[in-house]
Design a protein around this ligand. Structure first.
Ligand code: ADP
Length: 992
């Protein structure tokens, strides 16, 4: 190719390199590249063949891109150039597959078929440049030269080969980029969908990565988290422990492990989590990094603590009793000491020490106390008074009672005890030298109060012990009447008094009756214009030894026993006025010392009232719960469906008893577990969504083992503020329905399988036929060119006639195969639709013209078209298949010269309508309902060749174009096919 301007070619190649490397759209760039190369090399045609492999492993070339010089006929789209089997030109394929550039004169090629195929097209020389994507033979770029048989120079060949390599590399790069992108996306979805928080930390423990669960568990966004040190999210009191745990873990041999801690969540709560941590391997020069995950174990922890709830009830008791309660093991080591020890000025750290209780005994009492304590294991019980000395050198008198008990649970002996502060008594004893027996009685009384409290909390019945207490107080103070009561508030926030216990002050029959009636529930006093009202209003004690003349009182009701002296003591706890103790008619009147004397009782009573209130609140809450429970039970017990409430993680919180009937489980067995725990089948993702949905899941009946299909409707319930709350699931037994469906699906599957087998067989054979057909066609073409050179014109014409016949029949065969393959492609779902706007009238006219050209003997058919044209959005290719099948049939089965065939187009408001009419043999009525089936042919069509595939294609494609097809036909009179199509719109462009 000496004439070729080498510089121009090399320049073009350089430009092409740039085009490919900067390419945004590779398809466009390839097109640009081949036209540039074509122009520069002045060949007739430059094209690209791409390799394909089909399912059975056969290899093909397909003609994909093309540039042609002016005057040269384009070949792109020729069916013969699609899927050209390698076998047909095996030596070429082999050479190219070795990544060898082929530049030859056609006459020099060894493969006869190839040589002849090229020569028929007038090609004198060719250049094939293989394109490799990595090790993979992707295809080749071809250059055809019809004007000269000169070859490219070595320099040009090398440069072109390099260009082909660049193209291969770019294609590979795109592919890999796509693959990496897809992988990344897949990884991303997995990472984001795991329930745990995944995190990565740098060497300073700063967060560098978090997945979406972070937000779910903590409420913080991912950006809130990244960049901050992990410990900033740890519940502050646990931060030290967190670092301890971390260090401990990182000192271990494998630098990995887990520990439990608490996170603070965005809304300020704290949450128990388990953190797993791992130091990442890296080379010494790199900075260290860590990764791990956080599991929400809050619920688990709560469950663990649930069992402690019962003991927390005891704790309430312990906190409300002023005594210190403790437990020791048999060797005197502390198991438990109630917090009240702090009232003596000891810190919690101090009293957890072993031997603490021994250590606080006042040195002066040590010798008397020690032997009693030492003898406990024999005596089993003691009750002694002694002094204790705290670290501030403060002295308290205490009463300590201890006893030994055998614990069934721990299978060992334990020591229990209680220490009461009797300093007040002791001090009084010393100060005013009161009668000893009185003091003991008072002491006893105090115990009674404490015991009353304990009884109340455990038995919720306090009346009797309080009555007893009041009687004792009256006796001790020498009073005649008295009451103890609680201060409550009415709707107007006005305080009033309700007695817990009161002495009978009835002064008439009616008042006696009233007293008896109300004594148990408490008598209410709302008139505050009284002596006791004064205490309530002002929060101060009232001592009045002349009540009838006292300006603070409002007199007494008529008939009331005379009031000679009155003492009212308000009952406070932490400055909150809780109650009132009132006493009356002590001989000689009351004084301040009575208030002092009663102070321990007053304090205990305060604790007591407080405890009643807590209990009352709890009871109210319980009642409320009970009420809704009852309602709900009514609803759920009478329902056949299973009604269940789930926590956000799917844990059952409530299940209706119907679960037993349907699945054989008792509701109690399910509470606290998730459906996955119990059934192992339910899709737990259902509980992650914020919408309501219905799913069907098989469950195993617990007792019979039978499969039960449940249709579960899961409803996401949110609170008024939108915060997530719980799920309500309603499950229905749909076993019968599902089994029926299953049977149907099975038989359908079987049929589908048979169909698949059939279609796979058909497509395989069709592929097999392509190779011989393309060989026959090209040989026939060659034969034709030889024959036309024959001298003997009669022989020539006869032979050419046969060649034409071969050509026609092979083309028909080819057409049938094309039909089968396109149907197969459609059935497999790989036939893609490309919607574009077309002018429908022009389209039909063009179709008729080319049809008449192919069938020269035909009289022109009648066309009745509207005067204007319209745009229809549809797939040109499929529509052409549909219409040519219909027209071909009208000609084939119509009158011999095409008389009476008519093509009609009409525009309706919603759709267009195309009629294809003929006046031929018609379709016998018996065949009409089968006519669209594949391979079906009517019995009157026996003598006319055909396959019975055409109408099947028509039907399939029409439905893909969202149109309809129907026909009317009468035997021996004619047939009219009616095709309607939607106009479509811009939105449908690009496919469906
Ligand atoms: P083919 O024409 O290859 O047999 P088709 O699927 O196109 O296959 O048609 C199926 C059958 O429907 C034909 O064999 C013929 O019996 C009947 N048929 C189709 N079109 C017409 C028509 N216009 N007039 C009469 N019969 C027709």
């Amino acid at each position: 190719m000496g004439d070729m301007d080498s510089e121009r070619i090399l320049n073009a190649i350089g430009e092409c390199h740039r085009l490919i490397s900067d390419s945004k759209n590779l398809k466009h760039s390839i097109q640009d590249v081949i036209s540039k190369l074509g122009q520069a090399t002045e060949v007739d045609r430059v094209y690209v063949f791409k390799n394909y492999r089909d399912k059975s492993g056969g290899s093909f070339f397909s003609y994909k891109f093309e540039w042609v010089a002016e005057g040269v006929e384009p070949q792109l789209g020729l069916p013969l150039l699609e899927y050209v089997p390698w076998d047909a030109f095996s030596n070429i394929a082999e050479e190219l597959a070795k990544n060898m550039v082929m530049n030859q004169r056609v006459e020099d090629n060894q493969n006869e078929l190839f040589r002849e195929t090229m020569e028929v097209q007038g090609i004198l020389a060719f250049l094939f440049l293989p394109v490799f994507t990595g090790d993979h033979f992707w295809g080749f770029i071809g250059f055809d030269n019809c004007s000269t048989n000169e070859l490219f120079s070595d320099e040009q060949k090398t440069a072109l080969h390099a260009l082909a390599n660049t193209l291969g590399a770019v294609i590979l790069n795109r592919k890999q980029r796509k693959r990496i992108y897809l992988e990344k996306q897949k990884y991303q979805t997995i990472v984001n969908n795991v329930g745990e928080v995944l995190f990565k930390l740098d060497d300073e423990f700063k967060v560098t990565f978090l997945n979406k669960s972070w937000t779910r568990i903590t409420g913080y966004s991912i950006t809130d988290g990244v960049g901050r040190v992990l410990s900033e999210f740890i519940y502050p009191p646990m931060v030290d422990k967190f670092w301890n745990d971390v260090n401990h873990l990182l000192e271990s041999w494998d630098k990995t492990g887990n520990f439990e801690t608490k996170l603070i969540t965005k809304n300020g709560d704290s949450k128990w989590v388990k953190i797993s941590l791992l130091e990442m391997e890296g080379n010494a020069a790199e900075r260290k990094s860590y990764s791990g995950f956080i599991i929400d174990i809050d619920r688990e922890k709560q469950a663990r603590y649930l069992s402690k709830e019962i003991s927390s009830r005891y704790e309430t008791v312990l906190r409300n009793v002023s005594d210190v309660i403790y437990a020791l093991d048999r060797n005197g080591a502390t198991i438990f000491i109630s917090e009240n020890i702090q009232n003596f000025g000891f810190s919690p750290e101090a009293y957890l020490r072993t031997g603490f209780l021994d250590s606080i005994i006042h040195p002066g009492d040590h010798d008397t106390v020690q032997p009693v304590m030492a003898g406990l294991m024999e005596s089993n019980y003691f009750n002694i008074n002694y002094r204790i000395l705290n670290s501030d050198k403060k002295v308290f008198w205490v009463n300590d009672r201890r006893w030994v008990e055998y614990s069934e649970i721990d299978e060992e002996y334990k020591i229990y005890g209680r220490i009461s502060d009797i300093s007040d008594l002791k001090n009084k004893e010393l100060e005013i030298e009161k009668n000893r027996s009185d003091l003991f009685r008072l002491n006893e009384l105090l115990q009674t109060v404490n015991e009353t409290q304990v009884n109340f909390l455990f038995e919720e019945d306090f009346k009797e012990s309080l009555d007893e207490l009041l009687v004792k107080i009256l006796a001790l103070t020498g009073s005649r009447f008295g009451f103890m009561g609680e201060i409550l508030f009415d709707e107007q926030e006005k305080p009033y008094l309700r007695s817990h216990t009161i002495t009978n002050i009835a002064w008439s029959e009616e008042t006696e009756e009233f007293y008896q009636r109300h004594f148990k529930v408490g008598i209410e006093f709302r008139n505050l214009n009284t002596l006791f009202g004064y205490s309530i209003a002002h929060g101060v004690p009232v001592i009045s030894n002349d009540p009838s003349h006292d300006p603070r009182g409002g007199g007494i009701p008529e008939g009331h026993p005379p009031l000679r002296a009155y003492l009212g003591i308000p009952v406070f706890k932490n400055k909150e006025l809780l109650g009132l103790i009132g006493l009356a008619n002590k001989e000689g009147g009351y004084s301040e010392s009575d208030i002092e004397f009663l102070r321990p009782i007053t304090n205990s009573y305060a604790n007591f009232v407080k405890a009643i209130r807590i209990s009352r609140l709890r009871k109210a809450a319980e009642d409320e719960r009970e009420k809704t429970n009852r309602l709900f039970k009514l609803l759920s017990e009478s329902a056949n469906d299973i009604i269940a409430f789930h926590d956000l993680d799917g844990t059952f919180r409530f299940v209706s008893p119907s679960v037993f009937k349907i699945l054989g489980y008792q509701p109690e067995e399910l509470i606290g577990k998730t459906p996955t725990d119990v059934f192992g089948v339910m899709d737990s993702r259902a509980f992650k969504r914020k919408t309501s949905e219905v799913l069907i899941a098989p469950h195993k009946h617990r007792i019979s083992g039978k499969l039960v299909y449940l249709e579960i409707s899961i409803n996401y319930l949110s609170e008024a503020d939108g915060a997530p709350k719980s799920y309500l699931a309603v499950s229905r037994d749909v076993t019968e329905r599902e089994l029926m469906l299953e049977r149907l699906v099975k038989s359908y599957e079987k049929e589908k399988e048979l169909n698949m087998l059939k279609s796979r067989f058909i497509s395989m054979t069709s592929h097999e036929l392509r190779t011989p057909i393309s060989t026959i066609l090209s040989s026939n073409q060659i034969l034709k060119s030889y024959l036309s050179k024959l001298e003997d014109s009669i022989l020539m014409n006869k032979s050419l006639g046969h060649v034409e016949k071969i050509n026609r029949q092979v083309k028909r065969l080819n057409g049938t195969i094309e039909d089968i393959l396109i149907l197969e492609k459609n059935a497999q779902g790989s036939l893609k639709i490309k919607i574009e706007p077309i002018q429908i009238k022009a389209f039909l006219e063009e179709l008729c013209v080319s049809f008449c050209e192919e069938h020269p003997g035909l009289r022109k058919q009648t066309m009745s078209f509207p005067s204007d044209d319209r745009t229809v959005y549809t797939d040109k290719n499929l529509l052409r298949h549909v219409l040519s099948n219909l027209i071909e049939n009208a000609v084939k089965y119509g009158k011999p010269d095409g008389e009476g065939t008519e093509l009609q187009l009409e525009f309706n408001s919603k759709d267009i309508q195309i009629l294809v009419k003929d006046r031929g043999i018609g379709i016998p009525e018996a065949d009409q309902k089968h006519i669209f089936g594949s391979f079906y042919r009517a019995k009157n069509a026996d003598l006319i060749p055909g396959t019975g595939l055409g109408l099947h294609i028509v039907q399939e494609f029409t439905s893909r174009l969202r149109g309809t097809i129907s026909f009317v036909s009468k035997e021996n009179e004619g047939t009219t096919f009616k095709l309607t199509l939607p106009y479509g719109s811009e939105d449908t462009i690009g496919g469906r």
